[in-house]
Design a protein around this ligand. Structure first.
Ligand code: 3AM
Length: 179
């Protein structure tokens, strides 16, 4: 329990954080959808593409986890978000890719495989790259077109997810370069 926020223990995940100007555009676009779908708008500064979800990691194992991340030699990846969508099963509105760049799948795979031997993950999982924009949303009907948002990710992030009474909040905890 975090004594300041009353949040339960942090859960960890690796992600690509969005460049601020792209986060701003997506957040603004999501703001135009929430009137139709309801739900909870993700904070602009927390928008990200998850690469690997670890769950709760004991504080004592953080140095080992950070050493694995620091030892990786993974290439920079192009990201192109060009569509909005809604998933019924988890009630999220997201921005994603019409075609997933092989480099992005390779990054998630490389990272996940590095985490397996030390038991930080129990299995490699295929990633459908997306940015969650709204949670607990109802079907929004037809979604607007998303002008393609492109950048080359030059770093990856270890992030914490805190569960609070107002839902989860996310914050980057450490960053490493992609080369
Ligand atoms: O970044 P998004 O929103 O796609 O859904 C959770 C969130 O994904 C996902 O990890 C990200 C940070 O919380 N997540 C949460 N619990 C998970 C689980 N048990 C999970 N992903 C896989 N398995």
């Amino acid at each position: 329990m975090n004594p300041e926020t009353g949040a339960s223990p942090a859960r960890l995940f690796f992600a690509l954080w969005l460049p601020p100007e792209i986060a701003q555009r997506l957040h603004r676009q999501a703001g135009g959808i929430v009137g139709k779908s309801g739900g909870r708008l993700m904070r602009e500064e927390s928008l990200h593409v998850t690469l690997a979800f670890l769950g709760e990691v004991p504080e004592a194992r953080l140095p080992e986890l950070q050493a694995i991340a620091a030892g990786l030699d993974l290439p920079r990846v192009p990201v192109r978000l060009d569509r909005l969508g809604f998933w019924k099963h988890n009630h999220i509105v997201w921005a994603g890719c019409s075609e997933t760049a092989p480099e992005l799948s390779a990054l998630a795979g490389g990272l996940q495989r590095a985490l397996l031997p030390a038991g930080f993950l129990d299995a490699e999982r295929a990633v459908t790259p997306h940015v969650t924009l709204l949670r607990k949303a109802a079907h929004p009907g037809e979604l607007p077109a998303l002008p393609a948002q492109e950048w080359t990710a030059g770093e990856f992030v270890l992030a914490r997810s805190w569960r609070t009474e107002r839902g989860s909040t996310y914050e980057p905890a450490a960053r490493w370069p992609l080369r």
